[in-house]
Design a protein around this ligand. Sequence first.
Ligand code: NAP
Length: 399
Amino acid sequence: MSASKITVENGQLVIPNEVVIPFIEGDGIGADITKAMKLVIDAAVAKIGKRIEWKEIYAGEKAFNLTGEWLPQATLEAITEHIVAIKGPLTTPIGTGIRSLNVTLRQVLDLYACVRPVRYFTGVESPVKHPEQLDIVIFRENTEDVYAGIEWEASSDGAKALRAFLMNEFNIKLDEETGLGIKPISRKATERLMRKAIRYAIDNHRRSVTIVHKGNIMKYTEGAFRTWAYALAKKEFADILVLESDLNGSVCPKDKILLNDRIADNMFQQVLLRPSDYDVIVTTNLNGDYLSDACAAQVGGLGLAPGGNISDTYAVFEATHGTAPKYAGLNKTNPSSLILSAVMMLEYLGWQKAANAVVNAMEKTIQSKVVTYDLARQMDGATEVGTFEFAQAIVGQLV
Ligand code: NAP
């Protein structure tokens, strides 16, 4: 039987047993880790009687070499046609005119929630004493904030015009050579992210939802995010949520989900000092970017941290690290981030059994100390293997 596309019926995804999934290989180490990811995922889904037919689509350097474009329209169309896709890392030149392809993809497809689960894998070296206490899922807003790309280079016509406007209208004086950027935070984007995070907490039996913001300083952006997030929670989920402020220090009832908020700088110390107090985190774009990498480092590094960019329909799962160009083509780096992103994809497809099997097999492989260089250099008595051999070892542990 040939594979077919995911469809949507009455707002629900209909997933065929043999499904076509587009993938972007990615730049740098992308080819190595994508090959490893496909090996593991193909083996896991075969065990539950399913099949993925991988359809290559192009972005980044490979797309540029083939088509002269960094992000061809055909790639965006393939993702909307197939609804779910997975990608490796893409190069973003710093300080040039080319916008981040990742940011463009998220904005064009309106993939408004960046979902980053962070958990510990036994055996991985971590800089903290109890890394296993951190088990959180970060919902980072993906389309707004200072990442919206509304910015002007210092001394450009746009910067001059905006500086003059601010001076004339508001008497705000800015130095002549000042780069300018705008930080938009809207009620609409805040509400839909908060709704998705709370639904996730309910569906996955999580204990708390924490709004992370810097509203004490940026009152009308980060502060508004906090206000709107609380308001949405109270309006739509009052029956299941309990506000921390209403508990007066007592314990949250077992059948309820605790709702609280933390200022971003405090949150960085909270995840280090009281990791087990936190569960689902909802935050703005920049806070979420910093916090998710810091949390990933806390449990042993970015090589193991997966991510998904999700709208109300479309989802693009991706490795959270970059292209690590110095290791390109060396079959050396850790494919776990991309494999675990594919695990999130299997969960999104409803193929939970295959997803669990991959996580268990990866855990066993790491515990057996058969690992790539990044984990091997931190482990006593490890056997260092290449990217593909690590994937083969995971397949060997699949049950
Ligand atoms: P990076 O590619 O993530 O690499 C930084 C370091 O992290 C590597 O040198 C390596 O550390 C370690 N590392 C990354 N991936 C690893 C893996 N799979 N296994 C083991 N170790 C891994 O960060 P970068 O050098 O800042 O960025 C390079 C390019 O990637 C830039 O163009 C950037 O814009 C892009 N980028 C893309 C994405 C994306 O597509 N989502 C995300 C971030 C960055 P050691 O040197 O210690 O071995």
